[in-house]
Design a protein around this ligand. Structure first.
Ligand SMILES: [Zn+2]
Length: 549
């Protein structure tokens, strides 16, 4: 069902659940609302069409759709590799699982051919149902042994409708084929383009982050994403007009092998996730990222106590039980919405809709989930909204941050600019809100003693204790010219120079260097070519550290 827009999805669910009693609305609904072709979620290198054909992988594109074979039972099967090692699969199961989101091998479900013809695998003719529903259908629509005249007439009616759909889809045959081919070709086009534009994407990633804290010794600092975040806390990046998770782009741009990148564009992230060793969702440091199956990802997080074991509900459609379970979890006020959303494999806004009752209002009550509950991520009595804002990455302002910031400000040793740089996730408005006491008025500054444990991570002092300005006398600020700015950008991209070194070299402040690094100034200017570093080597300051890749 994930293929339909939000407005059509409840409609489709409801029509499909009733299709065995009254198939006509379902048959007409499918045609106007489903796409002509979709990628199969289990084998995304295969594309399935609304008229029941299967294409792919791309290497076999010229051969057209997969050949159907007729089995002893009268059902059609096609070549289609499955998780259990089988190499072929019943066609109607492939079609239904591609479009309707049901499991390919769910044996508790039958797939009913509404018109009774086993070789008609057009989507409108197929409905997943329980064996009991299937039996009822056969009784009411004249497929059972003992049929009434009335039942036979109803079946005839269904067949007329389906035949109309068949005529319509057959007239669209070429259009549907093109839709399938486009889907297949697009993966390859993007894959090749990514290889070509890899360096540019690396540069974009480097210019969209600030260095964060080191979560565990030896891990190195996190690269904190400064561009938009998704509600679940992961950064997003749009490159080549395709929006994907920023950390995934980072992994593949910096570390991905050709094979891995190909699989990424061909198969999506259905089978493999890019996992964070640091558990910081908006970190994009490739050294903190590795590739694993979704289960390994969950296992890893669980072993670090970060994420509970819930049922494997990724990509499922919420059913009524799930809605009640979500309500129960919301009522406990122990989990933030992103955690609950993750657990049920949906987005955070969906959870918000369950909470507000805007959707699923017809499902009543709540019930305790039948699986192990995750660790609470909200302290009892704490306002979950506060923690949620934190998880969304909109504001990672902790009480500790506020108290340390107030200490720095009160001690009069750091300029406002320096303090703001030390808390890159705190915006200017919030900063001044904290400084003036308009926000977080309940929190006091840390004492010298409390703050002493942070001294190692604080920036160098730029005022003396008694308030005299210790900073190098500000030279008359020489604005950089374009060539200098382009060179600075290249040096930032190459890495190895401290910002203080760069600031000295270009005669600007460190803040200005950071502003260039973050793209706040000179954002449209391209970095100077790599060759210029070699040309100018004699005039450049020595590196403070080896270049970063
Ligand atoms: Zn990290």
């Amino acid at each position: 069902m994930m293929l339909l827009n939000d407005a059509a999805r409840p409609m489709a669910t409801s029509l499909m659940s009733r299709a065995n009693e009254d198939p006509l609305p379902w048959i007409t609904f499918v045609l106007g609302n489903f796409p002509l072709a979709v990628r199969h979620p289990d084998n995304p290198e295969y594309v399935v069409t609304i008229d029941g054909r299967v294409f792919g992988p791309q290497s076999s594109l010229k051969q057209g759709a997969q050949k159907e074979r007729e089995g002893d039972t009268g059902y059609r099967s096609i070549s289609f590799p499955m998780a259990n090692g089988a190499k072929s699969c019943l066609l109607h199961r492939v079609v239904v699982s591609a479009f309707l989101g049901v499991q390919l091998l769910d044996e508790s479900l039958d797939v009913n051919h509404l018109d009774g013809r086993k070789d008609n695998n057009f989507l409108p003719n197929l409905v997943p149902c329980t064996p009991r529903q299937n039996a009822i259908y056969n009784r009411d629509f004249g497929l059972a042994a003992t049929v009434t005249a009335e039942a036979r007439m109803r079946l005839a009616e269904v067949r007329v409708s389906i035949d109309e759909v068949i005529v319509k889809l057959e007239s669209m045959h070429d259009e549907i084929t093109r839709a399938a081919e486009d889907l297949l070709k697009e993966s390859n086009r993007l894959f090749l383009r990514f290889l070509r534009e890899r360096e540019g994407i690396q540069a974009r990633i480097r210019s969209s982050l600030v260095e964060g804290p080191e979560i565990r010794d030896g891990l190195g600092p996190c690269w904190v994403w400064t561009r938009p975040l998704k509600p679940n806390g992961y950064g997003t990046l749009t490159a080549m007009n395709v929006q994907k998770d920023a950390h995934a782009y980072s992994y593949y741009a910096f570390k991905g092998t050709r094979e891995q990148i190909r699989d990424w564009f061909w198969k999506g992230v259905k089978h493999l996730d890019v996992c964070h060793e640091c558990d910081v969702r908006h970190c994009v440091n490739p050294d903190h990222l590795n590739l694993g199956t979704r289960q390994e990802n969950v296992d890893q997080m669980t072993s670090r106590g970060r994420k509970p074991l819930g049922p494997d509900r990724w990509n499922t459609v919420l059913d009524e039980t799930a809605i009640r379970e979500i309500r129960w979890m919301l009522e406990q006020k122990l989990w933030t919405q992103p955690i609950i959303a993750d657990l049920f494999g949906v987005s955070q806004p969906t959870i918000a809709e369950v909470k507000s009752g805007r959707k699923w209002g017809h499902v009543h009550g709540s019930q305790k989930p039948g699986f192990d509950l995750p660790l609470a991520d909200v302290q009892e009595g704490e306002n979950p909204r506060f923690r949620q804002a934190e998880m969304n990455g909109k504001s990672v302002v902790t009480n500790e941050n506020v108290r340390l910031l107030r200490y720095m400000k009160a001690s009069n040793r750091w300029s406002n600019d320096t303090i703001m740089l030390a808390f890159p996730h705190i915006g200017k408005r919030t900063f001044f809100g904290i400084v003036t006491g308009r926000s977080y008025s309940n929190l006091t500054a840390m004492s010298d003693f409390e703050a002493s444990s942070y001294l190692g991570s604080l920036p160098p002092v730029d005022f003396s204790v008694d308030g005299a300005d210790l900073r190098a006398p500000r030279e008359a600020k020489r604005p950089m010219n374009e060539a200098q700015a382009a060179l600075l950008k290249r040096m930032l991209l190459e890495g190895g120079w401290r910002r203080s070194t760069l600031a000295r070299h270009f005669g600007i402040t460190e803040t200005q260097v950071s502003r260039v690094a973050l793209g706040k100034v000179w954002s449209r200017l391209d970095a100077a070519p790599v060759a210029s570093l070699v040309e100018l080597a004699a005039t450049l300051p020595p590196r403070d550290a080896p270049p970063t890749r």
